[in-house]
Design a protein. Structure first.
Length: 228
């Protein structure tokens, strides 16, 4: 837990989807957990006929995640990340240095707005080991761009720790689902220009205590639903 954060209830409820599949849910969940910010988790099971209707009860977008706060519902992962950083500066969800913080924001925003081929062709399936899909030009370009971002940021800002900016930030929350995709589909990142930094970063994401907790939660969900 980040220094200075009280264990008292912050009043947050985070509505998420299945931990095995919901990449967007993972992002704010990781930020809350790694930041030591108390919250209540509420899960809506995805891929069912009534999933959308159930999500609409929590979020006007009909999508997860959604963070319920005392000022209303925040239903976008990037907006949640910014809100949490603003409300909990002690969690240090953005780097303190102005230039470093700008770099963290821009690579996070790029993740939020880009990489359509990667999202579509390699959907998150955390617990599976799947064959890599056919490598279209767009998918290859997406993978190479992610690898290049990770190598560049690690080289410039990551010398004081194993994550993109050394310690955990919202940038790691944004890229964590991509790390799971690379492992699920067994990608050899060296084939996409990795000098070793990107593969090491994937390992560092999986070593996060919050990521380990999320993975165990995904296993428990899958086990429980196998009997449905």
């Amino acid at each position: 837990m980040a220094e200075g954060i009280s264990m008292t209830d912050t009043g947050y409820t985070l509505v998420i989807g299945d931990k095995n599949y919901s990449s967007w849910s993972l992002r704010p969940w990781l930020a809350l957990k790694q930041g030591g910010i108390p919250f209540v988790e509420e899960c809506v099971r995805l891929r069912l006929p009534d999933s959308k209707a159930k999500i609409f009860r929590h979020s006007p977008s009909g999508k997860v995640p959604a963070l319920k706060t005392d000022v209303g519902v925040i239903w976008d992962s990037m907006a949640i990340a910014e809100y949490l950083a603003e409300q909990h500066p002690e969690a240090k969800l953005w780097p303190e240095d102005r230039g470093t913080r700008a770099a963290a924001r821009v690579v996070s925003a790029e993740m939020h707005s880009s990489f359509a081929a990667l999202r579509n062709d390699m959907p998150m399936d955390l617990l599976s080991q799947l064959p890599a899909p056919p490598l279209s030009d767009a998918l290859e370009a997406n993978i190479r761009r992610v690898v290049a971002i990770w190598m560049d940021i690690r080289a410039r800002f990551g010398k004081n720790g194993p994550l993109l900016f050394g310690d955990f930030t919202n940038a790691d929350a944004m890229y964590a689902p991509v790390a799971t995709r690379f492992r699920t589909y067994g990608l050899d990142l060296a084939s996409f220009g990795d000098d070793g930094a990107a593969a090491a970063y994937v390992d560092s994401i999986y070593a996060l205590p919050a990521m380990e907790e999320w993975t165990e939660g995904a296993k428990a969900e899958v086990k429980a639903r196998a009997g449905d």
